[in-house]
Design a protein. Sequence first.
Length: 291
Amino acid sequence: MNAAINNLTRLCAVLGSPIRHSASPAMHNAAFAQLGLNWRYVAFEVDPKNLRAAIEGARAMQFAGLNLTVPHKLLAVDMVDELDASAEKWGAVNTIQFVADAKGSIHTLGSNTDAEGLANSLREDLSLNLQGAKVLLLGAGGAGRTAALKLAAEKVAELFLVNRTKSKAEVVAIEIQRQFPSVKVTVGYPTKEVDLLLNATSLGLRPEDDLPLDERQFSLKQAYTVYDMIYRPAATPLLSAAKLAGCTTANGIGMLVHQGAKAFELWTGLAAPVSVMRDAVERSVYGNASP
Ligand code: ATR
């Protein structure tokens, strides 16, 4: 059980729009309760035009931390005092720490825990060793670009990039070649097997969506594991088809948990109770029906 709210309660919040369906409050409050912290995590609907005022309000009220979700992650880059290496690298902020200096002024430090969350989830949920892996990545939007760069930073051997708008995949490929010359990048489908097929497109959010890949060009039988960054619904058409094809599969719930765990550690300085956070997220997103 969470400690009673009183004058010493520390606050964290997620800001987004829409925010109604966020599972982050359930996840973080379960973690605070597990560690006996007198902290609470709430969610606020914030319009982009009010984002700066909301961050400044949280600073003025001495919040412990903030998370940012759609559509604020890029906007917030220009609204914090400092970016850490992760926010610089991924060009987006999903976590803000409020840090007091020696004179008591509060300073805002932006971080990005999404890429680390994805890599940790791939390791935990698919038992994948990213180093030396061959990966087919679908999507070259914001999430796809970050995933591609993180996979390259984790030293995958080969990366195949596919996107509806091919030119965006080509831009990401050039960026990878420049930053990670040892990774072999191809725009297009592989002809042989891959260790991982990763969906970073938004296709699959709606039940009527098509598969995000062209099965005439790539058969799911060519993928050992399939990861979908979407977690609502629990089984996208891609994951259902991948299971039928005999692939090991996971949805994006683990990424949500691990990005949250990393944010929790930045704010509290304590090891996050990851399995408690995962149980709370699964209850919040899927109810009592297991995914
Ligand atoms: P996010 O930040 O979640 O990555 P985004 O930057 O808008 O959001 O990217 C959405 C991704 O889903 C892109 O790869 C997009 O392809 P385009 O770059 O061609 O737009 C992909 N996507 C969205 N709707 C799609 C559709 N109907 N068919 C194929 N790809 C789609």
